[in-house]
Design a protein around this ligand. Structure first.
Ligand code: AMP
Length: 310
């Protein structure tokens, strides 16, 4: 059975202090599916685009063996568009515009074969759509979901309904504070987990990611990258690496979830090195594994202090 990925497919205009791109392939499910495709198969992508979406982009999904039976192409309508600008502190970004376009009337129809998928990755889209997707699934075993401030502010009650059904909820630190109304991240995580999800991952941009479960807090270190060009899609690439690895291994133990967090961080760190999706294109498994091992090395140390005994 496959990994079901539902989210936005977008055309992005992005400006960072290091350059800009326009009309670039983007969207939460694009980054998720691409990142996950290095780990597992089949990936069933469900989403919507307009007839302005280029064949080149469709070919790109096919190149990564991503199944497009659930992709709707709406004649006479425009693809979702997002435009953002990053500050010198790349953890800070302004959304310049969000044009929902095809998403305004989107009815996600999950193809029969994907309704049986046991692993589901809900990328950042309207929580009403995320709920709609969950209702169509026959017996999901593991549900991972991402969101963003846009939906926390506009559709909080719907998001709370989604959260009741989740195994893993992934958000960044500012979104966690917004959702919980609590500045301390540890307290914030507790509040958010009480809203439903069994596990919570809080991404801290350049500063790593934290996995929370009952009595366990696991920190994935930040990768010391010298060249960060475009942070767009880092969170989604994280979700794709995380979910793709779990789907591949079918092991939902806490120890394996920790490895998944490192694979998620690995994909996010590769993503931000180039503009748009370029950082997660044409990677080899050895490149990904090498970065994974570097992450492992970052937090390994030997204790020869004998507990400070003199
Ligand atoms: P991230 O940098 O991980 O937050 O994801 C960036 C991607 O999210 C971009 O490619 C955008 O097209 C997409 N995106 C931005 N805003 C929204 C939104 N409100 N709903 C769905 N997708 C969005």
């Amino acid at each position: 059975m496959g990994l079901l990925v539902v989210g936005s497919i977008a055309l992005d205009d992005i400006k960072t202090p290091f350059g800009q791109i326009v009309n670039a392939l983007g969207g939460s499910s694009t980054y998720i599916a691409l990142a996950a495709s290095y780990f597992t198969k089949p990936i069933h992508l469900v989403g919507v685009v307009g007839d302005d979406f280029s064949k080149r982009h469709i070919e790109m999904f096919k190149k990564y063996d991503i199944d497009l039976e659930g992709l709707q192409i709406i004649k006479g309508e425009k693809t979702f568009r997002w435009s953002g600008r990053y500050h010198y502190d790349l953890n800070v970004r302004d959304t310049i515009s969000t044009k929902l376009n095809v998403f305004q009337n989107f009815d996600p129809i999950i193809p029969d074969k994907s309704r049986k998928d046991r692993f589901v990755l809900l990328g950042n889209i309207d929580p009403v759509l995320q709920l709609n997707v969950l209702k169509q699934l026959i017996n999901p075993m593991f549900t991972i979901c991402d969101t963003m401030n846009f939906w926390i502010e506009r559709k909080r009650n719907d998001l709370l309904k989604v959260m009741e059904k989740l195994d893993v909820f992934i958000i960044n630190d500012s979104e966690a504070r917004l959702l919980s109304d609590e500045p301390n991240l540890i307290k914030s995580a507790k509040i958010i987990r009480e809203m439903g999800p069994k596990y919570l991952v809080i991404k801290k941009g350049e500063n790593g990611a934290i996995l929370f479960s009952d009595n366990v807090v696991f920190y994935a270190p930040a990768y010391p990258l010298e060249d960060v060009r475009d942070p767009t899609g880092a969170g989604d690439s994280f979700a794709g690496g995380f979910g793709g690895y779990l789907h591949k291994t079918q092991d939902l133990s806490l120890e394996n979830l920790k490895r998944a967090v490192i694979y998620g961080s690995t994909m996010a760190s590769l993503c931000v090195e180039k503009f748009g999706t370029k950082g997660i294109e044409n990677l080899s498994s050895s490149q990904i594994y090498a970065r994974f091992l570097e992450f492992k090395e970052l937090s390994r140390f030997e204790d020869n202090t004998s507990g400070l005994k003199t």
